[in-house]
Design a binder for this molecule. Structure first.
Ligand SMILES: C[S@@+](CC[C@H](N)C(=O)[O-])C[C@H]1O[C@@H](n2cnc3c(N)ncnc32)[C@H](O)[C@@H]1O
Length: 235
């Protein structure tokens, strides 16, 4: 794989390949913290009982499953991803953890969402925006499918401002993430995080892109000293 700028097909194949170890690695590499950040994202998406909710780039379903518990039996959650191996795991997890909740798993493209305009009450995206080929288009698609007054929360890596935190983040990625992935035979697959983060717009740029995509408000909240962030958007 070309690590500097992989194609959409390469990204899709990558996430299919890492599907069997993805959840275990996330828990291990974030010391379980990603579960807290995902709960925060769902809370900040404004999801409530009875909502029709969307999780874009749902992967193995973490955020979609939290959304489903939040919107309850009267709500509806759609998880969308283009990697079918990830969706298979998401389906298995739903059968096991929340079989009675209404969930739909769809193979689809975040850049061409297969939904009508003004369809969802709220949306989330976790670690997806950094991976799409066209961030402005992805934000426009998200805006299009949200109802007026709806909110979305987008969780992803972020580059901290302070140089010592940047050094810590680089060290962590090079010395913890990549070697851990190597032990699982996935070194190439996880080495892509550093170049993808280098290309990813900073919080202030994400806000500008979101406003240009038609959101009425956009706020980026840095987490973990700015190593992560949640972008909260309103229509
Ligand atoms: C890092 S994973 C995140 C999975 C999950 N949201 C989480 O937080 O654990 C990124 C996901 O985005 C998906 N993805 C990337 N680009 C996509 C696109 N254009 N359309 C749909 N899914 C995409 C990948 O297949 C992958 O499952």
């Amino acid at each position: 794989m070309n690590q500097t700028s992989p194609s959409a097909t390469e990204i899709q194949a990558l996430f299919d390949r890492i599907a069997p170890v993805y959840d275990r690695l996330n828990d291990c590499l974030s010391l379980g913290q990603h579960r807290i950040w995902k709960r925060m994202a769902v809370k900040w998406s404004g999801a409530k009982i009875g909502d029709r909710a969307l999780d874009i780039c749902c992967g193995s379903g973490d955020l979609a499953l939290i959304l489903a518990k939040t919107v309850g039996k009267t709500g509806q959650v759609t998880g969308l991803d283009f990697a079918c191996q990830q969706l298979d795991i998401a389906r298995q997890r739903q059968r096991r953890y929340c079989p009675r909740l209404s969930m739909t798993w769809l193979q689809g493209d975040a850049l061409d969402l297969p939904f009508a305009d003004n369809h969802f009450d709220c949306a989330t995206m976790g670690y997806g925006l950094r991976n799409v080929m066209d961030i402005p288009l992805c934000l426009q698609e998200l805006r299009r499918v949200l109802k007026p007054g709806a909110k979305a929360a987008i969780l992803d890596f972020h580059r901290p401002r302070q140089s010592y935190l940047q050094a810590l983040q680089n060290w962590y990625l090079a010395n913890i993430v990549v070697p851990t992935a190597r032990d699982l035979g996935m070194v190439e697959e996880y080495a892509y995080i550093t170049p993808s983060l280098a290309r990813f717009p900073q919080g202030t740029e994400q806000v500008q892109l979101s406003l240009a995509a038609g959101f009425t408000s956009a706020v980026h909240y840095p987490l973990l000293g700015g190593m992560m962030g949640i972008l909260v958007l309103s229509t």
